[in-house]
Design a binder for this molecule. Structure first.
Ligand code: BES
Ligand code: MN
Ligand code: ZN
Length: 501
């Protein structure tokens, strides 16, 4: 886990702000109204906020901030007032507010106290827990390879952020659920940010093995086991790499014994050079993140296990490295997938669908899941279609698609449904084999999904193309990291809302 400031809950009254370096963060509405515990904490500061607001044209608009340095009459070195707007705040708004508030704490502050109180009264425990989720996601930074620090900056581990709340015990309880999810997102981000010389398939598998501490069973398929199963689509992708391929199967059994599991499948291309159809040099370094789908699956299963979700869940990830080499796969090669279908390789850079073909088929056959959702940084074409805000959603099941769309809106990890259909099949029918691995430039994200559909049988299935959202996506109040951890919160919410009852 990355080095991060410590987050603690304390009662309103005990929220002490040490002199010199302490920052106090409070909330106000569009009338600049403050809650009573906040007024108590600001006693002595008189009409400071009103005067500062007037001079700074601060109106308390949602997410806006008023920054007062060396506030007269207060012990704190800095007072930050965050606007909450005038509308009632939903869970996701509170998460964002927690991120915005935390983002106003300068890195040279060793201590900060955020008073979790709205102008109308204390935040409820679950509201304070959403605030804390936003704060935790915001302070995440992947800095383990930095050996120098900017002058005056406190090491993250020496900073603490106190969230002052009305009911510490109940807030801690509400937080334990969100903390599990936050840790899942952090785990996913760490994996995506890690460079490929450190994180190759076997090392990825080792890190996924840490989930055993949470009673998640964890089996690995090595190359011999995959050969026995006939996973030649996946194995062909990895054959040019000095690093051996792996499949990892994680199982969390928190539901009724014998109940069909829900299944999550991830593309784990630890580095994608393109193979013999090699990529251009510009931005190739980003392809260390081509395992963001697999990272999400690991983070999600960790979150479900840590919060003891009442569900049986499986996570299956296909881990390979796509390299050009004397023994690498060539365009024109034909491989036989585990399903028995033969695939003609047209472009070795369309490797993700080859990995998923075998992992989806394996998951459907072995687990007969209630549904199967795969996540993959699959196509540049989805970025052309949707940019970096929405992930592409493809599904053979309308109910699953609707549920995902709803949870996307609720969590802010948004998905947009794209079409599938037999009309697209002609683009991927092959002259020499059953199917080919590219469908040309037109509708590239769709033909990729249409290819995957040939390997899911009748299982209710959805595919999330996260090429635009898994890494290098726009930074926001709750994410300043290159690897975003996209999908963990979305799928955790999907499970919680629909599959734990
Ligand atoms: N991993 C890439 C897709 C990608 C590109 C993800 C940019 C994130 C950012 C994938 O393996 C790939 O190379 N896809 C090709 C497919 C093509 C050869 C049919 C693409 O999108 O160009
Ligand atoms: Mn590729
Ligand atoms: Zn790829």
């Amino acid at each position: 886990m990355a080095d991060a400031p410590k987050l603690v809950f304390a009662p309103f009254g005990a929220a002490k702000v040490p002199p010199k370096t302490g920052v106090l963060v409070v909330f106000c509405d569009e009338e600049l109204k403050l809650g009573s515990a906040t007024r108590q904490a600001l006693k002595g500061a008189g009409d400071l906020i009103a005067r500062a607001a007037a001079s700074d044209r601060f109106t308390g608009k949602s997410g806006s901030a008023l920054d007062i340095v060396a506030p007269t009459g207060l012990k704190a070195a800095r007072l930050v007032v965050i606007g909450t707007g005038k509308e009632a705040l939903k869970a996701q708004d509170l998460v964002k507010l927690g991120g915005a508030a935390t983002g106003r704490i300068p890195a040279n502050a060793a201590h900060a106290t955020i008073i979790a109180e709205m102008p109308g009264g204390a935040m409820k425990p679950d509201q304070a827990a959403e605030l804390a989720l936003g704060a935790t996601l915001r302070v995440y930074a992947f800095d383990r390879y930095k050996t120098k620090r900017k002058e005056g900056e406190e090491p993250p581990s020496r900073r603490d952020i106190v969230i002052a709340v009305g009911d510490v015990a109940r807030t801690r309880k509400a937080w334990s659920r969100n903390e599990a999810v936050a840790n899942g997102v952090v785990f996913a981000r760490d994996l995506v940010n890690e460079p490929a010389n450190v994180l190759y398939p076997e090392e990825f598998a080792r890190r996924a093995g840490k989930l055993r501490n949470l009673a998640v069973s964890n089996d690995e398929l090595d190359v011999t086991a995959m050969k026995k199963l006939g996973m030649h689509a996946l194995l062909g992708v990895g054959q040019g790499s000095a690093r051996a391929s792996r499949v990892v199967v994680m199982r969390w059994k928190g539901g009724k014994s014998g109940a069909d599991p829900v299944a999550f499948v991830g593309k784990g291309v630890c580095f994608d050079t393109g193979g013999i159809s090699i990529k251009p040099a510009a931005s190739m370094e980003d392809m260390k993140g081509d395992m963001a789908g697999a990272a999400c699956v690991v983070g999600l299963i960790q979150a479900l296990a840590a919060r003891k979700a009442h569900v049986n869940a499986v996570g299956v990830i296909g881990l390979v490295e796509n390299m050009p080499a004397g023994n690498a796969q060539r365009p024109g090669d034909i491989v036989k997938s585990m399903s028995g279908q033969t695939i003609e390789i047209i472009n070795t850079d369309a490797e993700g669908r080859l990995v998923l073909a075998d992992v989806l088929w394996y998951t459907a056959k072995r687990f007969e899941p209630k549904f199967m959702i795969d996540l993959a940084t699959l196509t540049g074409a989805i970025i052309v279609s949707l940019g970096h805000e929405y992930a592409g959603l493809f599904a053979n099941d309308d109910k699953l698609a609707e549920r995902l769309t709803k949870m996307g809106e609720a969590t802010g990890e948004k998905v947009w449904r794209m079409p599938l259909g037999p009309e697209y099949d002609k683009q991927i029918d092959s002259k020499f084999a059953d199917v080919k691995n590219t469908g040309g430039r037109m509708g590239g994200a769709i033909t990729a999904a249409q290819f995957l559909q040939r390997f899911v049988g009748k299982t209710p299935w959805a595919h999330l193309d996260i090429a635009g959202t898994g890494f290098a996506s726009p930074q926001n109040d709750i994410n300043k990291s290159w690897g975003s951890g996209f999908g963990v919160r979305l799928l955790d919410a999907l499970v919680a809302e629909y599959y734990e009852k």
